[in-house]
Design a protein around this ligand. Structure first.
Ligand code: HEC
Length: 295
């Protein structure tokens, strides 16, 4: 009877600890996962803004600082003075040092076949065509087999573009010699003819989030293991063992064995209980002695 009760007390206590453990895992692991994901996306967005601004600065530099004076001088602005060309050339260099990042000027009617829109690029181009109010789209998707956060902007043709993307038959030899006459021409002013894309990698987001969640699970498990062992030792020493001693003393007294002494060493509630039992035993001893001597 006595041993059964001790087991159930400790078991209840351990059950509660395990419940706490599971609840804290259920709360923290998913929270860490989603917070890490959100933070990584936030960082990717910041990088994206930085890169987009850089690319726009290059476009601005080429368009305003390089092209304008040459146009005024009525010198034909060479293909190297087109924002698209400049950015594609810079992007080639950039991607050698930062292969996971992505800068591209693409079109479904390109001068340079390497710039033909593919997959997500084509999809974004068509979305800009179908919704004239769209000025930017930020999306995550697969680009060249990598999970990427992409910012896309439409390239609407203006009259100036026709200098190099106009009628193929009337095109300057600088362009046709290099790119031929089959593609990249016949732009319509006002139509979205291309899309400018900047992308930063996000393929590792889930991996990082998972790793951090696992680390948190590991730390919580370790902490709870310590807590479990320490709390069990404490409960056994401070509650279970003294209760066992008191119980066996009470059982001995009930069988008439009054010499079974209890020596309470502690001044807490359990110590008080042991003390009370000891007093009761002594009173019983005294009472019995008095009874015997009065007989
Ligand atoms: C000075 C000539 C010139 C002008 C003006 C020009 N482009 Fe281009 N553009 C080029 C050349 C050359 C390329 C090919 C770049 C390469 O080889 O990567 C190109 C490439 C592009 C591309 C990438 C797809 C492709 O054709 O390879 C887009 C999109 C584009 N231009 C849009 C425009 C728009 C829109 C304008 C007007 C705002 C414009 N361009 C004005 C010369 C020009």
């Amino acid at each position: 009877m006595a041993t059964q009760k001790q087991v159930s007390l400790l078991r209840k206590f351990n059950g509660m600890l395990i419940l706490f453990y599971l609840v804290s895992l259920l709360l923290t692991a998913p929270a860490v996962y989603w917070i890490t994901r959100a933070q990584t996306y936030e960082t990717a967005h910041q990088e994206l803004t930085l890169l987009v601004d850089m690319v726009r600065s290059i476009q601005g530099y080429v368009g305003q600082s390089l092209r304008a004076p040459l146009t005024q001088m009525e010198v034909f602005h060479s293909p190297a003075l087109s924002g698209a060309v400049a950015i594609n050339l810079i992007s080639n260099h950039f991607q050698k040092v930062q292969p996971n990042y992505y800068i591209r000027f693409t079109s479904d009617n390109p001068l340079n076949p390497q710039n033909r829109s593919r997959e997500l690029e084509l999809d974004l181009l068509q979305r800009f065509r179908s919704d004239p109010n769209l000025t930017e789209l930020v999306e995550s998707g697969m680009l060249h087999g990598r999970s990427t956060l992409v910012s896309a902007r439409p390239n609407r043709a203006v009259a100036e573009c026709l200098n190099c993307h106009g009628d193929a038959a009337a095109m300057r030899s600088e362009i046709t010699e290099e790119y031929g006459t089959s593609s990249g021409f016949g732009y319509t002013v006002g139509r979205v003819e291309g899309v400018m894309l900047v992308g930063v990698p996000i393929g590792h987001v889930n991996e990082i989030a998972l790793q951090r969640s696992l680390a948190v699970i590991g730390i919580i498990t370790l902490l709870f293991t310590f807590l479990f062992v320490a709390a069990n030792l404490l409960v056994k020493r401070t509650i279970i063992s003294p209760l066992v001693a008191i119980t066996s003393m009470a059982q001995a007294v009930s069988k008439g064995q009054l010499e079974h002494k209890l020596e309470p060493q502690r001044n807490d509630e359990i110590g008080a209980l042991a003390h009370a039992f000891e007093l009761m035993r002594r009173s019983l001893v005294a009472m019995l002695k008095r009874n015997r001597s009065s007989k």
